[in-house]
Each structure stands twice: as structure tokens, then as C-alpha cells.
Design a protein around this ligand. Sequence first.
Ligand code: GCB
Length: 610
Amino acid sequence: MKKLIPLLLMLLASTQLFSQENLLQNAYSRDGSTLNGRWNYILDPYESGFYNYRREPHDQSENPGAGAYFLNSKPKDETDRVEYDFDVAPTLVVPGDWNSQKENLLYYEGTLWYKKSFDIPDFDAKKRYYLHFGAVNYFADVYVNGKKLGTHRGGFTPFNFEMTELLKAKDNFVIVRVDNKRAADEVPTVSTDWWNYGGITRGVTIYELSQTFIEDYNLQLDTKNPSLLTGSLQLNGPAKADTRVEISIPGLKIKKSVTTDAEGFATIEIPAKKLVRWTTTNPKRYAVTLSTDSDEISDTIGFRNIATKGSDILLNKDKIFLKGISIHEENVMRGGRAYSMEDARVLLGWAKELGCNFVRLAHYPHNENMVRLADELGLLVWEEIPVYWTIDWENSKTYNRAETQLKEVIARDKNRASVIIWSMANETPQSDARLKFLTDLANTTKSLDSTRLITAALEDHPSEGNKDKMVIEDKFAEVVDIVSFNQYYGWYGGAIENLKNIRWEIDIDKPVIISEFGAAALQGNHGNKTEMWTEENQEYLYEETLPTLAKIPQLSGMTPWILTDFRSPRRMHDVYQNGYNRKGLISETGDKKKAFYTLQDFYDGFGNEP
Ligand code: GCB
């Protein structure tokens, strides 16, 4: 027992340290000090900076040796041996994936260590300091001044840790061990059709907060009463109980105070009769400020309702057809993961040019600039978690990993009017275990956010006895609000000329979205319309597919696959692909293919616009 006590204490300490803290709501709008820029890095394919030679993690040891990279050790004198040195190591730009920054890292999947030194010139021991990451793909172990702050897994969602006790005014350093190895029990799993970009792919920021601060809030139009704003807020800190919080919305002449309960929580209800609702053509947003004696946070929020009625999607009670496009988070012209507002402007600018009012952010949560800009531009958004293809359905740890990512993206984006759909999964093979997994995710989503719609990209198949009749037979269709499915008639099977004979018969009174269809074409490659890889072939597929889909009685939207060509290690044909999935309507040089204009014409003449 004596031996066990220190071990138990250590375990206890490590679980406390390792648990991630609640996400700071709207960190995006707080003033922070950025740690973006050049970070030194050490490539560590054998993970020798993480494990000792007995393969025990250095950070689990009470006395980690100098070989532990997170210590940032320096030789004490000329006789001392330290086999690494961040300060002479090369640099990578943060935010940014490593694959597109260094030729030798294009295919790298493994461990890489980042280090950045920083000062906090106005360091104030009475304040609290948080370190916030927009996203790190996939595992992150974070250390400040040689001490572990915590870990995070999941490559596309934000996380933060408090680091107050470890800081000083000068000569701090943060070290992050990033590992992007794929694994069968992670989310996503080992096979996907996109590039596994590794690294600190989104921004890193330090936030200085007061002892008690506004940790979380949400505010939206009540789902039943469109003249009422409802929501809640949560304070964090020693003075969180019985504290007055003022909510002001100058554009509506609203000033309202609420008082928190013993847990620092308060609900919000504000009548708002004159409110102008957010729509795609008039994306009206209001400045909203929450303040206490010691903290203040401002946001820009649009208010709208989204619902379904039978097979219609209603935005503020008006039927809307979702003219969409699927998008990967890639700036294909620069190369690499997209992360900035400039990247978002390029991608969503193209979507607008196409005539879209809707985008599907595939297949994982994109960076926050995308949804912020969508709010501003009046683009509706489908967000998704990387529950893709062959997930380890029976594994409860895998489920928790998926659920964590879902919770993190909901926490981040719950105040964005543009986001109307949470998608649980993409093209997942049917089984009882998968049905339970997805239903549990859907129930979690509903319990966290009852104001948005749930879907998943399902699959169709020909009915027995009639290969021209396509059906969706999937029990999860009964759970979702919108039945979405990917279909590739004319590309992965079937002839384009037969598309006019195809009928989709969907025996369910819910809205239907075609979440994918498409064909690959190499931009600039011209030929006969039946010749694969030509722009004419892709155009022909769009010309034949669009009118056929339009015959589906419940059709409420579509997001063809995909806005731009994107990198995928599954696409290695040396003439036509060169490592790119070529189903884009725009090439990696930014040039539009013929089918771009086919879809643009179709959207131009289709549907109303509330
Ligand atoms: C799909 C997947 C998407 C792929 C696409 C393709 O159904 O959902 O991730 O990239 O097909 O091009 O095969």
C-alpha cells in the first residue's frame, strides 16, 4: 500500500492536469496575445523526446531525464550532453500544416515537436492566463515552462488550458508535441479521401482574464416565439455566484440584467419585438455585449429560426431551397490547410459566385473564420464531424472521441446564425453498432442544441428487381431531421446517358439533400463528353444529373462534390490526378471547369430566396 499511495497521487494529479478545460466562448472576439509566427521544430519519428529507452513516457516520470524534449534542456557546461536544441532547430509557421511547408514533410505522419518562447510584459499575478489552440492535428501534448498543461485529441476543434500558475513575466516557453499518426480507433479512422495534414493548423493565443470571467453563453431566437431571445450564460471564478451580468444589444435598444445562481449560471429571456431576422439575402447581425464588474465580451449575432415541416426546410417560416456546394478546408492554390480569413474569403467567394446560399463544410469542423464569414455573407452552413467510412463502431472510446469533437464544435459555433445543420457522419456502413453510435450522437446533439437540424450523409442503392429505381434503406434516416445521401450515378457506376431514366424513391416525409454527386475532370483536358477525365464529361454528368435530381419530390437542397480539386493520397494516376481528387469545379490553379457554369446556370434559375 505504501508503494501505491505515491502512484495513486500521481495518477490523480495527472488526471487533473490532463482534463481539458471548458472552452472559452467567443475567444475569437477577445483581445489576446498571439503566438502565431515562426516556431522552432524537431522532427521525432521514433518519439525519443517523448519516451525513454524503456518506452516509458518521460512526462509520467517524477524526474524526467534531459532527453525529455518538453524540458527544453540546455547543457550546463561543455561536459554536459543534451542531444537536442530547439534554439538551433529549423522553423515552421504557425498556424499551418507542416506538409505544405517543407518538401520532406509532405507525407510525414508521426511526432513533431514545436517550441515558442514568449514574454508577458504586463504579467499580473492577479489575472488568469489561458492558452488557446484553434486546432492541432491530431494529438497534442502541451507543456509550459517544462510542466505539462494537458493533452488534446481530435484534429479540427479548439481547446484551451489555464496556465496562470506556470507563468512569469519573461522567458516563458511553450512546447507542443504533435502526432498525426492515423489509428483505427480514432476519429477519423485510418482511411479517408483527404490529406492528413499534421501540425498546429490553426492559431495559438494567450488570453488574460479576470479572476471571475464570462466563460460561456448562448443566445438565439426562441424556437416557438420569434419575438423572444433565449439563452444562458456561465461564469467561471471565485465570484461566480450571485453576480449581475448585463446583456446589451444597442441595435434593439436592449439592456437587461440577470443574476447568476450559486453555480455561476443564469438563463436569459429577452423580448425583442422589433428584431430583424437574419436571412440569406439580409444577413442582419446585432452587436451583443455581456458584462460584469470585471469582464466584458462582445459578439455579433444573427437571430433566425430553422425548422422542417413535412419535406420542406423553413428559414424563419419561409421555405428555402439549399443551393449548396461541398468544400474541403484547403487553400488549394497556396497548398495546404486553409486557416485564415483570406482563405475563407476565397472559398466562400467562389461559393457565392456559383450562386450558393449554402455550403457543406466537409468532412470535419473547418476553422472559425469560415462560419464567421458565412454569418456575414448570408451563407447557410452544414457542419460535420469526421465520422467517416469505417469507424470502430463497437469501441466506446472511439464513440467518446467522436462525441467530444461534436461537443467542441457545437460549443464553438452555437451562436452562429449561419450554422443550421449538424451532420453526424458520412457514408458509414450499416450495422446495429453503427446505428447505436450515430443515434447516441444525434441524441447528444439534440440535448446540447435543440435549435438546429440533424442529418448524416447516407448512401443510396438500386432497388431489388429494378436497377433504375434508387432507394435509401437506412434506419438512421428515421432519426435525422433531413435525409441526405451521396450518389455517384454516372461516375462510380451506371452510364451518364441513363441518368434520365433514374428515379429516387424515398419513402419518408422529410426534406432531402443530395450531399454529394460529381465526376472527376482534369482542368484543361478536353474531349468527347463520354471520355473520362475531360471537362466535357464532368459537364455532361452535371447536365444529366441536375434535372433528374430535381424530380425528387422532397428535394430541398444539394451540395455537389466539390468546390475545388483537393489533395488525396488515394488519387495517384500520374496523368489525371497527381495526388489530387479531381472532382472539383475549380482546379488547384484556381481555374474554373465547364461544370462550374452548368451548376451556376442551374442555381440561377432555381428556387426562391427568403
Ligand atoms: C465520397 C466521399 C468523399 C470522396 C468522394 C469521392 O463519397 O464522401 O469524401 O472524396 O466520394 O471523390 O470519391
